[in-house]
Design a protein around this ligand. Structure first.
Ligand code: CP
Ligand code: NVA
Length: 300
């Protein structure tokens, strides 16, 4: 049987995603009781990372250890990829040795090529186009705070980037509404919008997007790989900061989310990210629990 991969949220059915998040919350409780099930004893995870990471690396390594398995971290200088080995060859070889492979890549196409030749499940740990693991944690966090997410409204304020694209997929798969407010020219990918017709309202007015929203979410204005565009982006995104006055347009009990790393004073004001509506530390922690549920699901 070909391996099952998790490259975007559309790779799993809505019922599978819902069950995964229930399991994530159960694993979170068990972890709190120091009762992690050792379901992955003897299994190995390889992590191929072309870009920096704090949360993703730590949560996968810690999660695999807690489930009884082991992990190896491979930066570009640790493999033959940078010396020109074809991705397909690397996938064929590595997937005969390890049980699951997590990849953070500059290009989503690279992860797809790898997955197309891997006997082992491949998990997308962020590409230029998607960050599905982040959305598992984010939806888990919303459900833990407020219950069912179906029919709710999320407002994405800022860059129509990889994390925004995964919010679009999440709106489709978890059945909520999404409004995306970005400066002209920085909106979400049109192919991704086309996957989820009627699910997302795209606009340029952050206040209109935030009005009555249950979640307000943002991310950096310059993602990894866009460092050269930073000063031009700072100008383009002025007026798109999530501050207290923007939060006043949302529901009074709206949650503020951010995948992190955050840049206070740019996409978010310190008063919001460090304020009472912010759930960013729960989102970060839930990366651990959601990915443990994902690893268990793909490997059992
Ligand atoms: N949110 C997230 O993926 O963080 P890292 O880049 O630190 O892994
Ligand atoms: N959009 C950001 C997310 C980091 C987790 C980036 O790609 O750098």
């Amino acid at each position: 049987m070909p391996a099952r991969h998790f490259l975007t949220l559309l790779d799993f059915a809505p019922q599978e995603l819902a069950r995964l998040l229930e399991r994530a919350t159960q694993l979170k409780r068990l972890h709190g009781e120091r009762q992690d099930p050792r379901v992955l004893t003897g299994r190995t995870l390889a992590m191929v990372f072309e870009k920096a990471s704090t949360r993703t690396r730590v949560s996968f390594e810690a999660g695999m250890a807690q489930l009884g398995g082991s992990t190896m971290f491979l930066s570009p200088r640790d493999t033959q990829l940078d010396r020109g080995e074809p991705v397909e060859d690397m996938a064929r070889a590595m997937s005969r040795m390890v049980d699951v492979i997590v990849i953070r890549a500059n290009s989503h196409a690279m992860i797809e090529r790898f997955a197309g030749h891997s006997h082992a499940p491949v998990i997308n740990a962020l590409s230029d186009l998607h960050h599905p693991c982040q959305l598992l944690a984010d939806v888990q966090t919303y459900i833990e705070y407020r219950g069912d997410i179906r029919g709710k409204t999320a407002a994405w304020i800022g860059d129509g980037n990889n994390v925004c694209n995964s919010w679009i997929h999440a709106a489709q798969q978890f059945d909520f509404h999404l409004r995306v407010a970005s400066p002209a020219g920085y909106g979400p990918n049109s192919d991704i919008l086309a996957c989820c017709p009627g699910r997302v309202a795209v606009m340029t007015d952050p206040q209109a997007a935030a009005r009555g929203a249950d979640i307000v979410v943002t991310d950096t204005w310059a993602s990894m790989g866009q460092e050269d565009e930073k000063s031009e982006r700072l100008k383009a995104f002025s007026g798109f900061q999530v501050d207290r006055s923007l939060m006043r347009h949302a529901n009074p009990d709206a949650l503020f989310m951010h995948c992190l790393p955050a840049y206070r004073g740019h996409e978010v004001a310190a008063e919001v990210i460090d304020g009472p509506q912010s759930v960013v530390w729960d989102e970060a922690e839930n990366r651990l629990h959601a990915q443990k549920a994902l690893l268990e699901y793909l490997l059992r």
